[in-house]
Design a protein around this ligand. Structure first.
Ligand code: NAP
Length: 357
């Protein structure tokens, strides 16, 4: 198969011919049709983000494709099915505390390296091998629609967070970092789940206005200044009532104080879900958390059962994939796709590799 290979951190992707993957029991081979290219891909491939992965590797965390072959234990999947390939692979020999990798992206912990070495190559290739449970049918689509369906990879992350935060219809959600790729998807998903009001925070006013233009009056923009007291007041004014759930997607460049401002805005009994990349320690009042029954939790990715539910949300029209601006690149242009993704990393922008072209 043809694949875009990272032979060394910092070197460009090389288009090479690799052996086709070999099918085992409990596995599926998918012909990749469309693979999303995240805005921060260049930082992963250069090594700047320090992702734990071994080269040479075909990068690419999942995508959309058609089943090529299934193992003997697959009871429903069959060759030809259109599927979403989920890169979140969990070791199967510890149900309580599994080692987890993102296929073709990061092993995250030394304990997960064994899994990373076996399920190694990602989706910037004509074929990808996955555990059967990582492949979810999306129903019939045309090849032209495949690129847009890569948005599932963006949408599922905040969906996992909002489910972890037990969001209920009619509640008020604050999304921190709403002008970014995952935060912006979080706004769309919160609305689709029935949030009455989504307070969207960010420093970029133009991007906040664009969110309101796209989603309507249930989105209330809260432009952040970085001054804690000012930002707290703006959030309270925008909420005009209790905040039930905070979904934080602030990146590693953000300060912990920005996260704290959002956390401290919540009501008694609210839920705060941390999904971003902030590196600092949070200074939070133990007594305040306790007396206010505040639930503070982290969330990495999402459980596998939510994938078919998100597919249904798209099919039902609750999530509109046509709202994404999309640019597609042939596999041979993988390096151009990575550069394009970095320049077009907004909340409704998709960069897609098409190994079928
Ligand atoms: N938990 C998970 O499963 C999971 C999955 C995927 C990604 N992530 C993490 O989520 C984070 C966000 O990813 P993304 O792709 O959405 O990032 P992104 O597109 O760069 O968005 C970052 C957001 O943070 C805001 N921001 C606030 N303070 C900032 C600062 N000091 N520097 C830069 N931006 C600041 C930006 O908006 P303004 O400029 O308007 O303020 C923007 O809304 C990353 O850390 C990523 O690693 C987590």
């Amino acid at each position: 198969m043809k694949a875009a290979v990272l032979n060394a951190f910092g070197s460009p992707l090389a288009i090479e011919t690799l052996p086709d993957p070999l099918l085992g029991t409990g596995e599926v081979i998918v012909d990749v049709v469309a693979a999303g290219v995240a805005g921060y891909t260049a930082g992963v491939l250069s090594g700047a983000r320090n992702y734990m992965l071994e080269v040479p590797i075909v990068p690419g965390p999942g995508g959309i494709g058609r089943v090529r072959a299934v193992g003997p234990d697959a009871t429903k999947l069959k060759p030809g099915d259109w599927v979403y390939c989920d890169s979140t692979i969990r070791s199967r020999d510890d149900a309580i505390n599994p080692d987890t990798i993102l296929l073709g992206w990061t092993a995250r912990t030394p304990a997960a390296m064994k899994l990373h070495r076996f399920y190694h190559h990602g989706s910037f290739a004509e074929q990808v091998l996955l555990p059967t449970e990582n492949v979810t049918p999306i129903g019939a689509i045309t090849p032209a629609e495949a690129g847009r369906w890569t948005a599932l990879g963006r949408l599922l992350v905040p969906y996992g967070g909002l489910l972890a935060g037990d969001l209920k219809a009619g509640e008020t959600v604050l999304v921190s970092g709403a002008t970014g790729g995952f935060g912006g998807a979080g706004v769309a998903v919160a609305l689709a789940m029935g949030a009455a009001r989504v307070i969207a925070t960010g420093r970029n006013r133009k991007a906040l206005d664009a969110l309101v233009a796209r989603h309507g009056a249930r989105v209330v923009p809260a432009a952040m200044s970085g001054v804690g007291a000012e930002d707290s007041k703006r959030i309270a004014d925008c909420a005009a009532g209790p905040i039930d759930v905070v979904l934080d997607f602030l990146p590693r460049e953000a300060k912990a104080a920005q996260v704290e401002t959002a956390i401290k805005s919540v009501r008694h009994g609210s839920r705060v879900v941390l999904m971003g990349g902030v590196r600092g320690d949070l200074a939070l009042d133990y007594n305040w958390i306790m007396h206010n029954n505040v639930v503070l939790r982290g969330q990495w990715m999402y459980g596998r059962a939510v994938v078919p539910r998100m597919v249904q949300m798209v099919r039902a029209g609750l999530i509109d994939l046509s709202a994404f601006e999309m640019s597609e690149f042939a596999l041979a242009d993988a390096n151009a796709a990575v550069a394009h993704a970095a320049e077009h990393a907004g909340p409704n922008q998709l960069t897609v590799l098409r190994p079928d072209r």
